[in-house]
Design a binder for this molecule. Structure first.
Ligand code: PLP
Length: 433
């Protein structure tokens, strides 16, 4: 049988760098041929050979309702009939802004953009503009999109300014980006002690989904909040992945349960708010947001910002996830996946641990949950790749890299979870050999 995925990949590689429009799709980390998706429905997608997969990526997070949810599809079709893009304001943008603000109380005003990268980049410009300061803090293993100032890894030694992780980013561009170890209180204290008066913002993924799945500890977030407040820096929560995914109010609502009165200053959103369409946002208190053009001196703009089809898709998605019991059911399903995988691994005598929150999860082929990037990277990549390909061959599509989180949607059934765990049992038994 001809492999249509391979044919398409070969064709794509002639005209698209690496054959893909975003690097992780190329399967470089795990090897093999990427699956070219033909169509998707509910919890599944079908590749170019017509092979069905249970999809645990869901477009890297947005598809919380599964693919082709009827209410969302209807909203998108209706919006498309009314026009694709106007470059002028629409009522739906106001509705979406109101909805976001209602669901995320730390946000008083919001600006819509088209990608998480754009939202994160704009949030940093806003923080710098609002504070009149240059320096930012980020954490190793957190990804906030590919804006130049954020493509940076830790230098050698403690609490150093970073080195670019991409060619084309001059060192001068990241010279104001301080890169710290995630969950490392000592480094956090040291950074503020030394640079506190110059720090515009600290940006963090509160539950990091770009080093698989790693939670920031409650004491760590509490200290981030205290130090930012003491030193006049803004605390920016990048909830592009966690927003409307780990809980209706995002990760910040979970930390607020443990830290009374907790709020970040700036929130960056994406993925679920677009329901699979290009839509993202950043929001903050009124006084900060009013620094943005056209009111203030911080410039920010976009031809397709607040796109009418994307906002319709996002609004319809947000309405569905507010239905009673939605997050309880999603969390339960996701937990049963992780429990099933853990149990299957125990039976097979393979080290595996995992964690989840809402519809987001991670698992590691190791004994204990890691706390930072360096410990995530101690995973045996060869073993992960064997696990990934074993599952793929059985029609289960996990992220093709060990440092990515996974996602369960409301369309995943108990049967889908059971089929996944049954496949894992076979693959883990092979892994043990
Ligand atoms: N921030 C986080 C936490 C993300 O996970 C991502 C993308 O995966 C981004 C920002 C960038 O978003 P986008 O890919 O829409 O530019």
């Amino acid at each position: 049988m001809t492999d249509r995925n391979q044919e398409l990949f070969d064709r794509a590689k002639q005209f698209i760098p690496g054959g893909v429009n975003s690097p992780v799709r190329a399967f470089r980390a795990v090897g093999g041929t990427p699956r070219f998706v033909q169509r998707a429905q509910g919890a599944y997608f079908w590749d170019a050979n017509g092979q069905r997969y249970i999809d645990y990526i869901g477009s890297w997070g947005p598809m919380i309702l599964g693919h082709g949810h009827p209410a969302v599809l209807e909203a998108v079709q209706q919006a498309a009939r009314d026009g694709f893009s106007f470059g002028a304001p629409t009522e739906r943008e106001v509705e979406l802004a109101e909805e976001i603000i209602r669901l995320v109380p730390s946000i008083e005003m919001v600006r819509l953009v088209s990608s998480g990268t754009e939202a994160g980049m704009s949030a940093i410009r806003l923080a710098r503009g609002a504070t009149g300061r240059k320096k930012i803090i980020k954490f190793e293993g957190c990804y906030h999109g590919h804006a130049d100032a954020l493509l940076v890894k830790a230098g050698s030694g403690l609490a150093t300014f970073g080195n670019p992780t991409s060619a084309g980013v001059p060192p001068e561009v990241v010279q104001h980006t301080l890169v710290l170890e995630y969950n490392n209180l000592q480094q956090l204290e040291a950074a503020f002690a030394e640079h506190g008066a110059d720090i515009a913002c600290l940006m963090i993924e509160p539950i990091a989904g770009n080093m698989n799945f790693v939670r920031a500890s409650v004491p760590f977030i509490r200290r981030c909040r205290e130090l930012c407040s003491q030193h006049g820096a803004l605390l920016a929560f990048d909830e592009v992945m966690t927003g409307f995914r780990v809980a209706l109010g995002g990760a910040q609502s979970l930390y607020a349960q443990a830290i009374p009165g907790f709020e970040p200053d700036i929130t960056v959103l994406g993925k679920v708010i677009g329901g699979g369409m290009p839509l993202a946002a950043f929001g903050a208190k009124r006084a900060v947001m009013e620094q943005l053009a056209p009111l203030g001196a911080v410039y920010q703009a976009g031809t397709l910002s607040g796109n009418p089809v994307a906002t319709a898709c996002g609004l319809a998605t947000l309405r569905e996830i507010q239905k009673p019991g939605f997050f309880e059911a999603l969390s339960q399903r996701t937990q049963s996946l992780i429990q099933g995988l853990t149990q299957a691994a125990q039976e097979a005598g393979v080290a595996l641990c995992g964690d989840s929150q809402g519809g987001m999860f991670g698992f590691f082929l190791m004994e204990e949950l890691p706390q930072n990037y360096a410990s995530v990277m101690r995973t045996d990549a060869q073993r992960f790749n064997r696990f990934f390909h074993g599952m793929l061959a059985r029609g289960i599509y996990f992220a093709p890299a060990l440092y990515e989180a996974g996602f369960v949607s409301a369309a995943h059934s108990e049967d889908d979870i059971a089929a996944t765990v049954a496949a894992a049992r076979e693959v883990l038994a092979e892994l043990r050999r």
